[in-house]
Design a protein around this ligand. Structure first.
Ligand code: PMP
Length: 389
């Protein structure tokens, strides 16, 4: 049973997580009332940690598209696209995405996590070099690890740290992949993509940007931070997810490089897993249509983000560096996070609790994600719950 001994430490972590009341990793939302409200342990709760940026999960057109797809195509695809074939909707979504980003190639994966694993394990190999922003998401780290490439981190959002790394690589810089996110998921800050693109062009590297949290949030058309920074055409591989602004589940990559079409043949996380079910693809296609047709969703999201950021700032709380739809409240080292997080939950507000090692800088955070579907009243309740701490 020695193999199982290691779980003793996991058990002790779980016991500590639950000691202050509800374990934040096992919250059950018994009933959903709307994209931003639910019932948790019998209590009406405002959901302030959903990543449902545009609030589209209950959008009537998206729901109808998902239902219609189940009626017409069934509940699942029951296999991978390589072995069992694609449904026409998978390829249509790939064309929709390419069209949205005004790029020639698009590829859909079963999750955002699989998109990062699938892209990185195919793009780089042992002997290749990756330079990764230190605060990148676990899926980007895992993809690099799966690839076996040499991995070096540069300091978060620090162009001079990135340039030093590139200089140290010498000629190898031309054979190197840079990886960043658009908007970062924990603090809501954005990458200096214009500067990163300038460096990648100067050193002849390639760039992959994960816009998981910035799709539908940043840019004139909602394409993300690369669009907002005026460098969309210069990103070599732009990855993202359907699980946030698009309110479903799945991942994608779009690219100006025809090699993206060949990645289908070599990417194990694409080949060896079932393709997304018809209802997911259909609701995602509809959500993308909504995202494009209704810029007012983005405007409401930003109005709400500004309100929450300003309201929490006025309470004197230390927040992430930028106003954004991710509003992170930092706790000081002597503030015990679990009991405070439980107090917020008991006050009827659910936020994400980020504690080390999941937080980027050793601090704990209450991470709020704002939605276009939050009402003014809900935002005021979130602010009052923080005030009552
Ligand atoms: N990239 C980033 C930056 C993320 O934050 C996440 C999920 N939180 C993912 C990728 C993975 O996406 P998914 O949950 O859709 O698999």
């Amino acid at each position: 049973m020695a193999l199982l001994d290691k779980f003793a430490s996991t058990l002790s972590i779980r016991e500590k997580l639950g000691a202050a009341g509800q374990d934040p990793t096992s919250v059950v939302i018994d009933e959903l009332i709307s994209p931003t409200e639910g019932m948790v342990r019998g209590r009406y709760t405002i959901l302030a940690g959903t990543n449902n940026y545009l609030g589209l999960t209950f959008d009537p057109a998206c729901v109808a598209a998902g239902k219609k797809a189940i009626d017409e195509l069934g509940t699942g695809t029951t296999g991978s696209r390589m072995a069992n074939g694609s449904f026409a909707a998978h390829t249509a979504l790939e064309r929709d995405l390419a069209d949205f980003f005004q790029l020639p190639y698009g590829m859909v994966f079963s999750t955002g996590y699989a998109a990062n694993l699938g892209m990185l394990s195919a793009l780089v190999k042992p002997g290749d070099t990756v330079l990764l922003d230190a605060d990148c998401h676990a899926s980007l780290y895992d993809g690099c690890q799966m690839s076996g490439a040499n991995l070096f981190r540069f300091r978060h959002n620090d162009l001079s740290s990135l340039e030093k790394r590139l200089q140290r690589l010498g000629d190898e810089a031309k054979n190197c992949l840079l990886i960043t996110e658009g908007m970062y998921s924990v603090l809501g800050d954005t990458a200096p993509l214009a500067g990163i693109v300038e460096l990648k062009n100067r050193y002849g590297a390639l760039l992959l940007v994960d816009e998981a949290h910035s799709l539908g949030v940043y840019g004139e058309n909602g394409c993300g931070v690369a669009e907002a920074e005026g460098v969309s055409g210069e990103v070599d591989f732009l990855v993202g997810t359907f699980s946030k602004s698009l309110g479903a589940m799945g991942g994608f990559c779009v690219s100006p490089h025809p090699e993206l079409e060949l990645i289908r043949y070599v990417s194990r996380p694409f080949i060896f897993t079932a393709s997304s079910s018809p209802s997911i693809i259909a609701s995602t296609r509809e959500a993308l249509r909504q995202l494009r047709a209704r810029p007012e969703l983005r405007e409401t999201l930003w109005r709400n983000a500004n309100r929450l950021y300003q309201g929490l700032e006025a309470l004197g709380l230390p927040l992430g560096p930028q106003v954004s739809p991710v509003v992170a409240v930092r706790l000081s080292r002597d503030q015990e996070p679990l009991s405070r997080w439980n107090r917020l939950l008991n006050a009827g507000v659910y936020t994400n609790l980020m504690i080390p090692p999941a937080s980027p800088d050793g601090f704990s955070y209450f991470r709020c994600s704002v939605s276009a579907a939050h009402t003014e009243e809900q935002l005021e309740k979130i602010i009052s719950a923080f005030a009552s701490l």
